[in-house]
Design a protein around this ligand. Sequence first.
Ligand SMILES: NC(=O)c1ccc[n+]([C@@H]2O[C@H](COP(=O)([O-])OP(=O)(O)OC[C@H]3O[C@@H](n4cnc5c(N)ncnc54)[C@H](OP(=O)(O)O)[C@@H]3O)[C@@H](O)[C@H]2O)c1
Length: 218
Amino acid sequence: MFVYRGSTALITGASKGLGKVFAETLAARGMDLVLVARSGDALRALAQDLTARYSVQCVPPSADLANPCAAIQIGEELEHRGIQVERGKGGIINLASNASFQPLPYMGTYAATKAFVLFFSEALQYELAGTGVHVMAACPGPTATSFFDGVSTEVSPKDMDSSESVVEKTLKAFDRRKAVAYPGRTSVRAATWLSRFVPRTLAVRLAAMATGKMGLQG
Ligand SMILES: NC(=O)c1ccc[n+]([C@@H]2O[C@H](COP(=O)([O-])OP(=O)(O)OC[C@H]3O[C@@H](n4cnc5c(N)ncnc54)[C@H](OP(=O)(O)O)[C@@H]3O)[C@@H](O)[C@H]2O)c1
């Protein structure tokens, strides 16, 4: 099992949603944190809170990761502060989705990017085997975060998993050195099998029915 206490995790999207719950959970396990998102005030407040509660070191560099220079700037800042994230040990958890497994009409670009995240992570996991760095893609289903804010969707709260449960199951899968984590409920996992067993055209039609039911067809 990975030794969390005393190691450093860099969390992107740490100001809210799943990233914030990852930050709280990893701080509780004794990890020092680098918290990245655009909302500087929220990051600083979270860093203060976690330092006070768990006596861990939290650095909150705010950055817009859509800016191609952002990763380099964060790397330079960490080097300047003498902070090292996981060299030769630990791992990388990439947030893919249950949308990674089939084309998703009305969320076409999103599902395609999530297929990229899944395939890229699985390939990287293979390439880095034996280096001490474990790569894992997590594939949650609908989760109660601000993800759906501002979108006219009809997903009922009872059909969503909590961020806490998704994060707990994701870290459990990471500890078991899984290449892919399925931290959603059983029906979410079952839906990812669909594209393996039905013709691709039917998989797209069924996916369109699901996003249509969510009210996403505009
Ligand atoms: N919630 C779901 O149903 C669900 C399901 C499957 C997969 N996922 C995946 O899980 C991940 C987290 O989603 P979430 O549900 O936690 O969403 P969320 O509550 O909306 O949080 C998104 C986080 O990303 C940060 N962010 C957004 N754009 C950014 C940018 N350009 N630069 C830096 N930070 C940025 C936001 O902070 P700022 O606004 O402060 O920058 C925020 O901290 C995403 O990859 C999502 O696709 C979510």
